[in-house]
Design a protein around this ligand. Sequence first.
Ligand code: SAH
Ligand code: F3S
Length: 450
Amino acid sequence: MPSVFIKTYGCQMNERDSEAVAAQLVAKGYSLARSESAADVVLLNTCSVRDFAEQKAINKMRNVVGTARSEKRSQIVGFMGCMAQSRGRELIDKLPDVDLVLGTQKFHRAAEYLDELLAGKREKIVDVEAEAKSEATIREHLLNGSAKTSVSAFVSIMQGCNQHCTFCIVPSTRGEERSRTIPDIVAECRELVSRGVREITLLGQIVTSFGKRDHPLLDGKSAFVQLLDAVHEIDGLERVRFTSPHPKGYGDDLVEAYARLPKLCESAHIPLQSGSDRLLKLMHRGYTRERFLGVIEKLRKARPGIGITTDIIVGFPGETEADFEMTLSLCREVQFDNAYIFKYSPRRDTPAADMPDQVPQEIREERNHRLLELVNEIAARKYDTFIGQQVQILVEGPSKKNAARYTGRTRCNRIVLFDGSTRHQGQLMDVKIERTGSFTLYGDPAVVNL
Ligand code: SAH
Ligand code: F3S
């Protein structure tokens, strides 16, 4: 049977999609190869959010194809995911050795297409059409068989985004918002919990818009909060998370959910993008600085100690020094636990790419540097406040870097390393934090759980 190697770029949605495609292929008799050179099929699951991510995947493909050719191996190679969707056939024009281009609504057809290509029935396949109900096809998890059971799983609840932020390519690569049904999602979560999963992260490009069209408000609760309630009820599930929400989705119903639902972890990734109202408007974000600050304040009141992380873009077209300073001051005010900073990257067919006053590269670099310094300084200070504290962690397994150490996550989503063993895997346990490293806490389990 043929073997396949899938390499993933980009966000957790992509990780999840790759897992589902791998599970689908394994179910059809494929094996998973250890490296790309040992595989009969290499698939690159791509990201389009910034130009850098696209270039990385294109260079990788050049490498894969070049190595196979120099070693005289025949190999089927393909792009899937966001860049496949946005560039389509153009990718084969650029890289004629590519056999398959599989769009974001076509993952469920991967096995069928690969079979055809491997059998020599077709030479090239490009499928980036829209497909109704494709949001419900990402279901299979690699839990049994070759893969080990993990304690934490991602469940895709929706696809697409209708917000159309002016910088963002996602609405065109992922399409219109389409949500799965609550019973369908709950059934998948139950199944995962019955196989040993204890933490579930609900995934989507804009999860707070989940089910808007199909589920009316119920007792003042949005469809997303109704879903959180339903997932929260699953016996044996210990922790619920979600990503990514939109700031405008934090109505009182969601804030109250934090106060009401103990399994809902006290961490939230809430993308800010900019601290300047003028820019937020140009970005079409749909909230103001004041509204964003209000959301943070309410969340911290509902759940003291909540970990808050964010995404920020520097160098959006027209961003002045004064606008940028508004972002700096907002970061000082909020004190994010961490922030992912992105230099603005013009994307095809997005309104911002044609806006006047594009910011020169060196200014984007300089602002990136200044913001990073501030954000890291705040994050390090926040990490230090954990020293001496006792925290609950869910143990995921041996650390990738050092197998003698085990890794777990706090409820506020910080990584903790400690001296553990297989008996700790999947356990909820308390540890005392002894010291901090860069974006890591070091814990001692011996002092507790007596
Ligand atoms: N809601 C989606 C957003 C995906 S993009 C999600 O959270 O998964 C992730 C982040 O990339 C955005 O929050 C934004 O900060 C950044 N980003 C998106 N488009 C960008 C662009 N054109 N240039 C630079 N950064 C961008
Ligand atoms: Fe992109 Fe804005 Fe949606 S960042 S994914 S268009 S909320």
